[in-house]
Write a protein that binds this ligand. Structure first.
Ligand code: ADP
Ligand code: MG
Length: 321
């Protein structure tokens, strides 16, 4: 990178922090990491592309947060505890104001969740943020998509659809008040990975996934990987007071069932674990809602309160569809 600030200075100034949890962090050809005995390394990567996942003028602090948060959400869905991250960054120019804010947002999220940035790559090019996250999980205890069992309850954390409702407002499909929009936009721009929930669900849930592409799409992955089907009760879906009035409309249904970007967890657990799940909800002060049941097969059926079936057509965000 040939700029006013050198690539080396840029990395040192904005992306180099102490990494007491690593044998070696930023600055050599590779980081050195030691996984504790009896643990498995959970590794995942997620890319945010300008124009696809965010607008080029998006707030850099929030982007820094989100680039890490969406990766942490994948660890949460595995029941893994976050440890280390790598950041591969392509930026059109070395804009120090932008880099300072992006790095502050990234490290604010990292500090809150005990993540150390141990390396990455920095190049000039179209704005593109790629984070690789690493976490630890005791051997054999990770939550997988493939573990759902017949008769399991289906649960989701938090509230669904607010991020999609904020997007619908930005696209002029609904009109929210300033206050309503602010509440929903927070979910869109500042997702909170459900890490404590993921850890608490080890040994309780049979399967789990994070909801990044919408409930139906992501639950669909559990169903496919587990070779089962699902029945969902539409009235049981947890939605905010902002989204609730829209549920009678197609836009509202779509937000709740197929809205992406909420980063809540969807998981299944045996009926016998209901009180264990409710205890977790109380301890974490996080709503956990029982929205349906795992059935033999037949994909996912969404039942309305009047006995009808809700079909919203295409069921999630697919980059290539
Ligand atoms: P190399 O040429 O061997 O790939 P680099 O010059 O790309 O090395 O990187 C030097 C060091 O800085 C490496 O330790 C690398 O992991 C780290 N690094 C580069 N970019 C970033 C970044 N955006 N965030 C964190 N660490 C980075
Ligand atoms: Mg490099």
């Amino acid at each position: 990178m040939k700029q006013s600030i050198s690539e080396f200075d840029l990395i040192r100034r904005y992306f180099t922090r102490a990494t007491p949890g690593a044998v070696l962090g930023v600055g050599d050809d590779a980081a050195l990491l030691r996984v504790a005995g009896g643990m498995e390394l959970a590794v995942s990567t997620d890319m945010l592309v300008s124009g696809t996942h965010f607008l080029p003028d998006a707030d850099p602090f929030l982007l820094g947060h989100k680039a890490l948060a969406v990766n942490l959400s994948d660890l949460a869905a595995m029941g893994a505890a976050p440890r280390w991250a790598l950041l591969a960054l392509s930026v059109p120019e070395a804009d120090e104001n932008w880099l300072q804010k992006f790095s502050a947002g990234f490290f604010a999220c990292a500090d809150r969740h005990g993540v150390e940035l141990v390396g990455g790559d920095t190049t000039r090019g179209p704005l593109n943020l790629c984070v690789t996250i690493m976490g630890e999980v005791p051997q054999g205890t990770a939550l997988r998509r493939s573990g759902a069992q017949l008769g399991d309850d289906i649960w989701v954390s938090g509230r669904l659809g607010d991020a999609a409702l904020a997007l619908a407002h930005l696209q002029g499909r609904v009109e929210l008040t300033a206050e309503e929009f602010a509440a929903c936009a927070l979910r869109l721009h500042r997702p909170e990975p459900r890490l404590e929930l993921g850890l608490a669900l080890r040994g309780v849930a049979h399967s789990a996934i994070d909801i990044s592409d919408g409930l139906l799409a992501d639950l669909g992955h559990i169903l496919e990987c587990s070779n089962v089907g699902a029945g969902i009760r539409f009235d049981a879906l947890p939605v905010s007071s902002v989204l609730r009035p829209y549920l009678a409309q197609a836009t509202g249904k779509h937000c709740a069932l197929a809205g992406g970007d909420d980063y809540e967890l969807c998981f299944t657990a045996a009926v016998a674990r209901r009180s264990a799940v409710e205890d977790i909800s109380g301890k974490l002060d996080l709503p956990l809602s029982r929205i349906g049941t795992i059935v033999q097969d037949g994909g996912c059926t969404v039942h309305a309160a009047d006995g009808g079936i809700i079909d919203i057509g295409e069921s999630g965000y697919d980059h290539f569809a």
